[in-house]
Structures are given as structure tokens and as C-alpha cells.
Design a protein around this ligand. Sequence first.
Ligand code: PMP
Length: 409
Amino acid sequence: PVALDIAAIRREFPVLDQQVNGHPLVYLDNGASAQKPNAVIEAEAQCYREYYANIHRGVHSLSQRSTSAFEAVRGKVRQLLNAPSEKEVIFTRGTTEGINLVAYSFVEPRLQPGDEILITAMEHHSNIVPWQILCERTGAKLVVVPISDAGEISLEDVEARLSERTRIVSIIHVSNALGTINPVKQVVDLAHARDIPVLVDGAQSAPHMPVDVQALGCDFFVFSGHKLYGPSGVGVLWGRYDLLKAMRPWQGGGDMIRSVTFEKTEFADPPARFEAGTPNIAGVIGLGAAVDWFMALDPAAVAAHEADLLAYATEQVGGIAGVRLIGTAHERAGALSFVMEDAHPHDIGTILDGYGVAVRAGHHCAEPVMRRYGVPATARASFGVYNTREEVDRLVMAIGKVRELFGPR
Ligand code: PMP
């Protein structure tokens, strides 16, 4: 991939150009949510300014313009994921809704008491709790693949936990808490050898690397717009059309039907079947702008730049006395989690903020991961394409200040 002009990229993000607590902002909380380039802000504003109307319903010109701008985003997402068809692209509120949708519409009708759902020990709560709720309702069981000290799963452990009762494997592509990149393709191969479908939580992979759902071979892939430099409140569920076509609706309402009478309602085909009600129209249009913007950078170039930042940060932060890195997998992307001997992660986060450095401190919606490493929380620096090595240096400087305050004396 061609090297990116990071200085030029940064100029496209108005929010980055500010001082926080008297220091230049160093935004390292991209794992929670990424900032938005002008192209996204402008696309959303332009929709409201020039052609906003409800979609799919009106014969008038504005409604037609809004509808075509909204529908065009399916094609952009199809390209982003290298999906076979744009009819497989369903707009959701985000990753969380995509997983809940698959749990309800695809998995629940196939579950008998005693059936199994396989996840890993590094899932985000959004890939744990929907399955627990489903197990509660159906008598199915959650089976969990363990993780090593480095934060990796082993394919032997996956294989050993696949059984005749496994009805779905739902796995995080890149861990938001540890940065681990999972061998999703190999997991899919193991599951498919037993005809078990696989859902991939791509919340932390889609923004950081090229994704090809056909190469991965997965059956469902979900991500959130807001982590991919797009608006919050919109996301995508991609699913294989034959599976979507056989699935029951998610929510009922307008726009998801073919015809309605009090005796019988005929549901629309996917994707409309799963998009009841007026969607986040301008948000989806903003997501389209984000996808265009991201594709124009080249996801492989983004991955290369962030891999450099992560390697540099691992070396620099990992080299500070008293710092323990949580998550040292061989293949990592996006995030560096750490704890310090004498300072609580919340104190680290607060002190760093005093130097303009924004990181996340907490359990990262992955409490079982925290428990696995025996820590209440971690501090996490997570990278976006606009971050630089100089910003990693500022992070390291600020961690040095934490040591001065809390370290052994
Ligand atoms: N999965 C992963 C791996 C995540 O990082 C996140 C967001 N932190 C989610 C799921 C949930 O995404 P959202 O809150 O946008 O639905």
C-alpha cells in the first residue's frame, strides 16, 4: 500500500484541531468511537440542507432524491465488505442491534433446549448478553472458548467445543479490549465442516483493515458506522441472502411489508424485511460518505499505518517500568491495553486527560476479559488513521507523569 499523508488526513477532521486542558488534543479513544471527517459532516448536513425527506414513500422529488442517496449506500457497503449483493446489506443502529437481530430472527427459531451457542472469552458484552437472553428463553447453553495469557484462542479449543448441538458460532474479529486479531477464516472452516453458521463481530475490524466477507466465508458480519468515521446510530448487518430470505422479521411496522390486512400480512423480501420504520436517513447517507472516504484511503494503507503505530506504542509503553500490557497476541490491531502497578486505570485516564491525551479507562464492555487477567479495568489507547508517532510520544510522556505521581518512590 502507498504511504498515507497523515498531516493532510488530520486537516479533514476539524475536532482534532483543539487544545484540551492547555495541551493539543491527542485522541486515542478510537476503539470507543472515531472522529468524523468533513466529508461525513458535510454529507449529513447537505442531506438536511438540500434534499431531506422520508424515503421509499413519496412520489415527490425530494423523497426520490433521499431514497436514491439512501439506497446507494448499500452498494458502497457491498464494496467495502466485498459482499456478493447489495440486497444483503441491512441497515441497523449498530453492531449491537445486528447481533440481536441475528439472535432473534435466525438463531432462536432453530434452537431446542440443550442446543449450544459458541462464543469466545474475549467477546464484547454485545456478543454475550443477547445469547444469554436467548438461552434463558429457549434452554440453550452458552459454550465459551478460553483465551491464553497472551489473549489468543486456539483452533484446537474451538474444534473441541464444536458439537452436534452447536447452532451458531459468534466470534469477535478484532478484540476491542486486547487488540487480538482472531483467525476467523479458520474458525469458519471448522464450523462449516459441521454445517454450523458463523457470525463475525466486525466492530473493530471494519475500521482497521480490509474486510472480505467472501474470503472469510462467514454467514453474517456486523459493524458500527461510528467506529468507521461515520455517524453514530447507524450500522450494518451483512448476511448471506439465502439465510436472510428464510429469516423471520425483526421488528414489525411500516416499510417491511408487501401487503397488510387484519387477516394476514405478507412480509417484504430482505433487506426491507428487517428495516421497519423510518430509519436514520441522514445517518445512513453519512455512513455512505464515511465508507467512500475510507475506501479512497485504501484500507490496506490504513492497516499498515496503524500497525506501525501499534508496534511503536507497544515498544514505548511496554518499556515503561511498572506498566503491564494486557493482550500481547501475535496478531493485533487497533488497541493497546495496559495497567500500572500503583495507579488505578481511572486515575491514569484522568491524569492523561490533564495532558490532553484521551484514552479509555474501564472494562471496555468486556468484563470477562478483565476477570481473566485479574484486573478491575485497563487503560486503553486505541488508534485511528489520523494518529501519529508524535502522539504516541505524548502518551508516553503523560504516562511518565502518572508514574511520578503514583509510582514507587
Ligand atoms: N463489538 C465490539 C468488538 C465493539 O468494540 C463494540 C463497541 N465498543 C461493539 C461490539 C458494540 O458496538 P455498538 O455499541 O456500536 O453497537
